[in-house]
Structures are given as structure tokens and as C-alpha cells.
Design a protein around this ligand. Structure first.
Ligand SMILES: C[S@@+](CC[C@H](N)C(=O)[O-])C[C@H]1O[C@@H](n2cnc3c(N)ncnc32)[C@H](O)[C@@H]1O
Length: 261
């Protein structure tokens, strides 16, 4: 497993260099004050006054956007040292480093890597497929939450992954792939990444078994990102794919709470 982790760390270091310069991530716009958050998570979350832990934060745009939205503190964690170095640099440039901190490491080690318990653990868009094991992941989230704290995930739908040729069901088998990235400046890169498929039942069961209470599970027929081939922007910022004329599920969000006692 350490070998897979090392491959993904290198792969995400490579992607980070590309992403920092991409129109997709629009770093100049972000530095000028734009939020990187999308309509789904903005509508579903209120972070005011909360201590937030962002797992798999990439180079921190969403983490810092939540700080701008009024979180009391934000902590981002990611596997890629290049992403974390960029996140720290951006936070300092924006003078948000008094309430933002970033930690480099494996999300499955988050409990050992960050201090304290959080009001909100957040993760979004393109995170589950890099994890071999959702049971440990869910227990880690529960351990990072204070009693009464909330977990929120917005993620691409596993049905979309199925239509793109991946397994729908969790098989435990690692999928090792070479390719570019989802940003417009992606080259035919000799980048290798390792991923795993995770079905909805596995995800929900992992959270329940970790002691969390599921409060909502919503499915969306659009992606807020134009990050797959052949999507059509049918409304501003809403990218759809249709199957026999019917929109497919593109994204889901889940809220779960750690019981008070
Ligand atoms: C698609 S990006 C997440 C994008 C996110 N929505 C954002 O804010 O831009 C996936 C992130 O997961 C990170 N990652 C992959 N495997 C990880 C692991 N085992 N532990 C921590 N982070 C990991 C990658 O480094 C990458 O930054």
C-alpha cells in the first residue's frame, strides 16, 4: 500500500504544478477575491464561527474560501507536499494564515496529524477514488469530530464513474492508470495514479459503522465543474450528461453527524 501512496503523491505533485497555472483553478481570480466554492456546498453549509477540517484539500482554495465565508479556523490536509507548500504560500499572501493552517500527509492518518476536534469535517469532488479503504477513512473522520460535529462530503457520483468505464461496486482492486489531468492545460502526461471504486452502499455503511448519523443524502443531475469529456453546460455552471435523453446523476452530497454522547 505504501507503494500506491508514493505513486499518488508523485502524481498529485505533478498535477499540482499544472493546476496552479490552469484557467480551471483560476488562481489570479481567487487571489483577487473570487470564491472557489460551488453552488451545492454553498447552499448546504453554514460555516460561520466553526472550526473546520478540510480533508484532501489540494492546494487550499476551497479551504481558504471557507475562511473567507466566516469559519473561525480552517485546517487543510493533503498528501501532496507541493499542494501543501502552495496552500501555505497562498494563505500567507492573502493574510489568512492567522486562521488557516495546512498539514501534509495521508488522510487515513489525519487523527495523528492534526490537533483537536472539529465542528465540521469537509471533503469534496474527486476524493474517494484515491482511498483503498473507506472503513478506516470513516473512523478517522469520526475521531476528528467533536461530539455533535458534522461531516460533509460533496462528491462525483459513482454512476458517472460506471459510465466512464470504472467499476460501480467496490472490488478492493487497485486501478493503475496513466494519463493527463482534468484541467484545460493538461498534457498527455506520463503521470501515473492509482484509484479504487467505491459504491454508495459501501460509503453509507462505512459512515454508519463509524458511529455517524446520516442526516441527508442528495443527488444532483449536474456537475458544477466542466471536468469530464462531453458535458453540456445546460444552465450557467451546471454541466450535464444525458443517457437516452435522461440526465444521469453527476454529484451527490452527504451530511452525517457525530452523536453528542
Ligand atoms: C481532486 S483533488 C480534490 C479537489 C478539491 N475539491 C479541491 O479543493 O480542489 C484530490 C486531492 O486528494 C489528495 N489525495 C489523494 N490521496 C490522498 C491521501 N491518501 N491522503 C490525503 N490526500 C490525498 C490529492 O493530493 C489531491 O490534492
Amino acid at each position: 500500500m505504501d507503494a500506491f501512496l508514493a505513486i499518488n503523491q508523485q502524481g498529485w505533485d505533478n498535477r499540482t504544478e499544472l493546476h496552479l497555472e490552469s484557467d480551471f483553478y483560476d488562481l489570479p481570480g481567487f487571489m483577487a477575491g473570487n470564491t472557489s466554492l460551488r453552488e451545492i456546498e454553498l447552499a448546504e453549509l453554514d460555516v460561520a464561527g466553526k472550526h473546520l477540517l478540510h480533508l484532501q484539500c489540494h492546494f487550499g482554495q476551497d479551504t481558504l474560501s471557507w475562511a473567507r465565508e466566516g469559519a473561525a479556523s480552517v485546517t487543510g490536509l493533503d498528501l501532496s507536499p507541493k499542494a501543501i507548500a502552495a496552500a501555505n504560500h497562498i494563505a500567507a499572501e492573502l493574510k489568512l494564515d492567522d486562521k488557516a493552517s495546512f498539514v501534509c500527509g495521508n488522510v487515513l492518518d489525519a487523527r495523528e496529524l492534526v490537533q483537536g476536534e472539529f465542528d465540521l469535517v469537509y471533503s469534496s469532488y474527486g476524493v474517494l477514488c484515491w482511498l483503498p479503504d473507506l472503513a478506516t477513512w470513516a473512523r478517522t473522520i469520526a475521531a476528528c469530530l467533536k461530539p455533535g460535529g458534522e461531516f460533509y462530503l460533496a462528491e462525483f457520483h459513482p454512476v458517472k464513474a460506471l459510465l466512464d468505464g470504472y467499476d460501480y461496486f467496490y472490488t478492493g482492486q487497485a486501478d493503475v492508470e496513466q494519463g493527463g489531468s482534468y484541467t484545460e492545460n493538461s498534457r498527455e502526461a506520463e503521470n501515473t495514479l492509482v484509484s479504487w471504486s467505491h459504491d454508495m452502499g459501501e460509503l453509507v455503511s462505512a459512515l454508519i459503522r463509524a458511529g455517524l448519523v446520516i442526516e441527508s443524502l442528495r443527488e444532483y443531475d449536474f456537475s458544477p465543474y466542466n471536468c469530464f469529456e462531453n458535458l453540456v453546460e445546460e444552465e450557467p455552471g451546471r454541466y450535464r450528461q444525458r443517457l437516452e435523453g435522461k440526465p444521469i446523476p453527476m454529484v451527490f452530497s452527504i451530511k452525517a453527524r457525530k452523536p453528542e454522547c
